[in-house]
Write a protein that binds this ligand. Structure first.
Ligand code: ARG
Length: 604
């Protein structure tokens, strides 16, 4: 935010070092947290190290030499607009602002940039984020919700940090699970079709459970039961064979049922305000992946053991010259010529880079698939794929239920839609008591915003590496570290501004030339950190950084709200300055919430 001042000072330091033949290292600036005044600092230790490498260090100890340079530089800079003083301490150059200037600068910056406050400079890299890629013919559960929310927030962060961003989905639309659902549909439910997007998706999930029960070997089966099961299984296998052979009828059945799933997925993405740019399907990666297998064999990377009755395999560790087991040996083409999940990921990577010209590709996928993705990236590297090292896996922990792991096969899942409905119901019942004055239609909209806010934040406030035991009461709690707590800070800021009759971000001539209270200082400091947090969260692929920041900002605002009575501020100029600060806080909370895929209701 203070790049102008920083650049000016940097220029001066460079000139000084050039003139004095000092091998200046790249300057790294850090903010100085408030202790009577704000500022920023840099050190000269790296520069001294550079000097030493050039044999110019003579015998002076590093700290002393760094301090010498800092002192000389400080003496040279002279006066800079907006800077109150400059000092050299222990090898550091500390640059301080006049407090009122700093405060005004922060607030003005937010109010002029508005929705763009915190947006990073445009960067040249194009980044693809792949997420929201459940398997079709099931219903969208709370584990998929964690994936989708993490992926969307990462995409928003990367985009806001300044990268051109492409959002991609890769639903798994083939395999035995899919055929199982098609088989039972064809056998017992042909022609049926529930009304409603969610109902249809949930129905498919039910069919899957039922089919699994019919096809699974049970203990103490009677001979008739065994025969029945085997007959069903043969039918399923036959359907799979037909699907593979491109049989028109089966392919059509597949398209229709797949569309039911995808419609539900698209509806949920709409609810979560996710706008996908590209859709890849696992089935579409199948053919291209076979060509890659041929190439891998031709290059001697894959071993074709089919003549010996085996499959096509890649001995990854051996080919990479690793002596310890890391990636193991993997089948990439079965004996019968069918590809595997791994094979298709090779084709997908190629499509991503070649068709969409991305520079970096991030995969948001459950940590249990970590080895799988590392294997895929390793094979890409062996293959000589130029961007193999530009593929990153952002893993996340497993979402389970208090009673154990979720299982689509057993029907033991908590569906996203169920939780959403429950969330809305709970908020509405609170609102019916507390906000009876708000019209019903609006109350419903707010309930959806708050319910989703609670659910979404509960998925973001846990480090992505940690597992989540999903507890609906915890996820839908409105107190403490929650989405609604942050939304409430926004609502409070909004209500102060409404009372004061300030509706837009109109810039008034406010000055912070009075004795700022501790709460104002803390709030200004929090606001000023937002742009850095955006960069940090995007560079480190850590939505949690932004989730924690948003909570801290809201918390600081709540304290400010209780401690400083803006409306009753006597002095008109001070009151204006405070109102502006509230506007800036409101805008920053809104921007942070938007990055977290959480809406900011005006009232609640
Ligand atoms: N459809 C897969 C699943 O539900 C996730 C896909 C992950 N992405 C990938 N490129 N392999 O497990």
């Amino acid at each position: 935010m203070f790049t102008k001042e920083q650049q000016l000072i940097e220029e001066k330091i460079k000139l000084f070092c050039q003139a004095n033949d000092i091998a200046l290292a790249e300057l790294k600036w850090q903010p100085i947290p408030f202790a009577g005044e704000w500022g920023f600092a840099t050190s000269f230790f790296q520069t001294v190290a550079n000097e030493a490498k050039l044999g110019k260090g003579n015998k002076v100890p590093v700290p002393q030499k760094a301090q010498e340079i800092a002192t000389q530089v400080a003496g040279q800079i002279g006066s800079v607009d907006g800077i109150s003083r400059i000092e050299a301490v222990k090898g550091y150059l500390n640059i301080y602002f006049k407090t009122s200037d700093y405060a005004k600068k922060v607030v003005d910056e937010v109010l002029t940039s508005k929705n763009n406050f915190g947006r990073g400079e445009k960067k040249s890299e194009r980044v693809m984020v792949e997420y929201a890629q459940p398997n079709t013919h099931h219903s969208f559960h709370i584990g998929h919700a964690r994936n989708t929310i993490l992926g969307e927030v990462l995409a928003r962060l990367v985009e806001f940090a300044g990268y051109e961003t492409i959002r991609a989905s890769y639903p798994g639309d083939l395999g035995l699970g899919v055929i199982t659902v098609m088989w039972i549909y064809e056998k017992f439910y042909k022609g049926q079709e529930p009304e409603g997007v969610h109902e249809r998706g949930q129905w498919l999930a039910k069919l899957y459970v039922e089919a699994t029960a019919l096809l699974e070997k049970k203990e103490n089966e009677t001979p008739e039961e065994t025969a029945k099961r085997e007959e069903y299984d043969a039918e399923r296998r036959e359907m799979y064979r037909k699907w593979d052979a491109g049989d028109e009828y089966v392919r059509n059945l597949w398209h229709v049922t797949r569309e039911w799933s995808l419609e539900e997925l698209r509806e949920i993405l709409r609810m979560l305000d996710v706008k996908m740019d590209v859709w890849f399907y696992e089935s579409e990666a199948d053919e291209p992946s076979k060509l890659i297998v041929e190439e891998l064999i031709a290059k001697g990377i894959a071993d074709d053991e089919r003549p010996q009755g085996g499959a096509v395999i890649v001995k990854i560790d051996e080919k990479l010259g690793l002596t310890k087991e890391k990636y193991r040996t993997n089948v990439i083409l079965r004996r019968d010529g069918t590809t595997l999940y791994l094979t298709k990921d090779l084709a997908l990577a190629k499509i991503k880079f070649e068709q969409h010209h991305v520079d970096r590709s991030i995969y948001v996928v459950d940590s249990r698939q970590s080895l799988h993705l590392q294997q895929a990236f390793a094979i890409l590297k062996l293959w000589g794929f130029p961007q193999a090292e530009k593929c990153y896996h952002l893993g996340y922990g497993f979402v389970s239920l208090p009673e154990g792991a979720m299982s689509a096969r057993r029907g033991r899942v908590v569906l996203f839609k169920e939780v959403y409905d429950e969330a809305v119901k709970r908020v509405l019942s609170v609102e019916a008591e507390k906000s009876a004055d708000i019209p019903v239609a609006e109350r419903e909209k707010i309930a959806s915003q708050i319910g989703l806010g609670a659910l979404v934040y509960s998925m973001l406030s846990v480090d992505n590496n940690k597992d989540i035991v999903f507890d609906i009461n915890e996820a839908l709690s409105f107190d403490g570290r929650t989405g609604p707590y942050i939304q409430n800070a926004y609502v409070r800021a909004n209500s102060i501004l409404k009372k004061a009759g300030v509706t837009s971000n109109e810039l008034r001539d406010a000055s912070y030339d009075y004795e700022l209270t501790k709460h104002e200082i803390e709030l200004i400091e929090q606001i000023s950190q937002f742009p850095q947090k955006v960069q940090q969260a995007a560079e480190e692929y850590r939505p949690l950084v932004m989730a924690s920041y948003a909570y801290d900002l809201a918390n600081t605002f709540h304290s400010f709200y209780h401690a400083v009575n803006v409306m009753q501020t006597e002095d008109e100029k001070t009151k204006n300055a405070r109102l502006q600060l509230v506007m800036a806080a409101k805008q920053t909370i809104e921007n942070a919430l938007r990055l977290l895929d959480i809406q900011s209701p005006d009232v609640m």
